[in-house]
Design a protein around this ligand. Structure first.
Ligand code: FAD
Length: 496
């Protein structure tokens, strides 16, 4: 999406094809942080941290309706940790320069208990508070798709690339694609083809050169979602070193807490990865050490898994947490351009670097990137974060107008939540939602926040969509069944 936006805003004719829905892959399954990566600082990867902190600042400027400045608290259970983290995070602040989100400070035991009610006070010395960003990942992807359209690109979901087209010199000259809704196949000409398919990059690379070794090593990261009551705070908890040497975040997100993540090397990838029991247990057991009220499996409202598209080292494939998180840009002999790795925070820079490369490879007329200054669809300052429609930004009034236009649409989608039926109408009309899952997973985040409630809301969402899309009751039944099947992976049943 970042590449398409960078290309379109430079004035190139741009087509973005997504085989499923926008952000159906990893981009809806992140920890929702816009961050430099405190962990990469500890690994000494200063360049990556500085770049990400700069991008963090730009994202707050260009999508202020989706990115929040959030305080993260590191609890200190040993006397030296306060000094250690205050110095380390002071460097983090310095690296952010003018785009700093706020100064790191040391706080007392009394202050940390006040900031993070619910934290286990036993053995606590104090804490360190630093600032980073938080966002709604799939909402950003949808708003980016809208910005692409506004910049003149064509962005199509449910449209799969099935092959590459080459000229007599065996150079890429276009691609083959199929519209998954109609089954119609297309041959498309292009001066540059960019493979930005996350953990799926090897499939396209093998369309180019079937004998190529895999480039990406998928690593699964799982999150569980629980009620805010376990830690009723506006601040996040950052656990700097878990038993397996990772960091774990407990982050307030919408009206819930998201806890994660894990790092489990896998040998296969999928659009709907499933959390392992061992990953869920690890997250719950770690959280239990830091919270007074230990969350258990029956408290989990939703569990979601995502796959990191890490560029694999060719020797030891077992240590995915040590594989670099910086992005990799590769040009094949055929001219196919592949971008992989990286993180959400640096999506803009990844797009800029990729288009710079495409200009060389495709001999395009050179134009400078414009995305540093480009506002993203919905961009609006001075939001009321307490308003449940805040994330629409400048589109909020449009949603409200729909709710006023039809009294039914002004009613709730689910009795327990503030979502309005008007939001379903809005996302079908303006945000390219095609299925019930598009609506409940990525336009509004109910599947990620409370999977059971999402299943309960599916029939009403399907009925509202059917009227808009002129679909019959068979379509509605199929949509509900499909959604329930996917949602089952987000539900956690107690087990013995
Ligand atoms: C658990 C976890 C937590 C993370 N947390 C953070 C975080 O807090 N902050 C941060 O900055 N980063 C985070 N990241 C990293 C970030 O989420 C990813 O780097 C980013 O989302 C990857 O985006 P992508 O576009 O490369 O891949 P994807 O989002 O997976 O997109 C690739 C898309 O390509 C499509 N595709 C594949 N094959 C085809 C084809 N043949 N035709 C058409 N389309 C195709 C797929 O359907 C898919 O939607 C996290 C990653 C994970 C796994």
């Amino acid at each position: 999406m970042g590449t398409a936006l960078d290309a379109a805003s430079r004035g190139y004719q741009t087509l973005l094809l997504e085989q499923a829905d926008f952000a159906k892959g990893t981009s809806s399954r992140s920890t929702k942080l816009v961050h430099g990566g405190v962990r990469y600082l500890a690994q000494g990867n200063i360049g990556l941290v500085r770049e990400a902190l700069y991008e963090r600042g730009l994202l707050l400027k260009n999508a202020p309706h989706l990115v929040k400045n959030l305080s993260f608290v590191i609890p200190n259970y040993r006397w030296w940790e306060g000094i250690f983290y205050t110095i380390g995070l002071g460097i983090y602040d310095l690296l952010a320069g003018k785009l700093s989100f706020g100064k790191t400070k040391h706080i007392s035991k009394k202050e940390i208990i006040a900031d993070l009610p619910g934290i286990n006070p036993n053995g606590l010395h104090g804490g360190v508070v630093y600032h980073d960003g938080q966002f709604d990942d799939s909402r950003l992807a949808i708003n980016l798709a809208q910005t692409c359209l506004e910049q003149g690109a064509t962005a199509l979901n449910y449209f799969r690339v099935t092959g590459l087209a080459k000229n007599d010199q065996q150079k890429i000259a276009g691609l083959k694609a199929v519209d998954l809704e109609t089954g119609k196949a297309y041959q498309l000409k292009a001066k540059a083809v960019i493979n930005a398919t996350g953990v799926f990059v090897d499939e396209l690379l093998q369309m180019d050169k079937p004998e190529d070794k895999p480039l990406v090593r998928p690593s699964q990261g799982v999150h569980v979602v629980i009620e805010r009551s376990f830690m009723p705070s506006n601040d996040a908890l950052m656990i700097p070193k878990t038993d397996d040497g990772r960091v774990l975040f407990v982050v307030p997100w919408h009206d819930k807490l998201v806890i994660g993540t894990t790092d489990t090397p896998l040998n296969k990838h999928s659009l709907e990865p499933v959390a392992l029991d061992s990953e869920i247990d690890f997250i719950l057991n770690t959280a239990a050490k830091y919270l007074i009220k230990a969350p258990t499996r029956k408290d989990v409202l939703s569990v979601f898994a995502g796959l990191r598209p890490l560029a694999a080292p060719q020797n030891d494939l077992s240590k995915t947490k040590e594989i670099s998180r910086s992005h990799k840009l590769i040009v094949s002999a055929s001219g196919l351009i592949t971008i992989t790795g990286g993180k959400w925070t640096t999506y803009r820079k990844m797009g800029e670097d990729t288009v710079d490369k495409a200009i060389q490879v495709g001999s395009l007329k050179s134009e400078a990137s414009k995305t540093k200054e480009l506002s993203i669809h919905g961009s609006m300052h001075d939001l009321d974060w307490a308003d449940h429609l805040y994330f629409y930004g400048s589109d909020r009034d449009g949603v409200i107008a729909l709710a006023n236009e039809n009294p039914e649409w002004g009613k709730k989608l689910h009795t327990k939540y503030e979502y309005l039926q008007a939001q379903v109408i809005w996302v079908v009309r303006h945000e390219m939602a095609r299925t019930v899952e598009d609506v409940l997973a990525r336009r509004i985040r109910l599947l990620f926040l409370d999977a059971r409630a999402a299943i309960e809301a599916a029939p009403l969402a399907a009925a509202l969509m059917a009227v808009e899309l002129k679909k019959d009751t068979t379509w509605q039944q199929e949509q509900i069944a499909l959604f329930n099947k996917i949602a089952a992976n987000y539900l956690l049943q107690p087990y013995c």
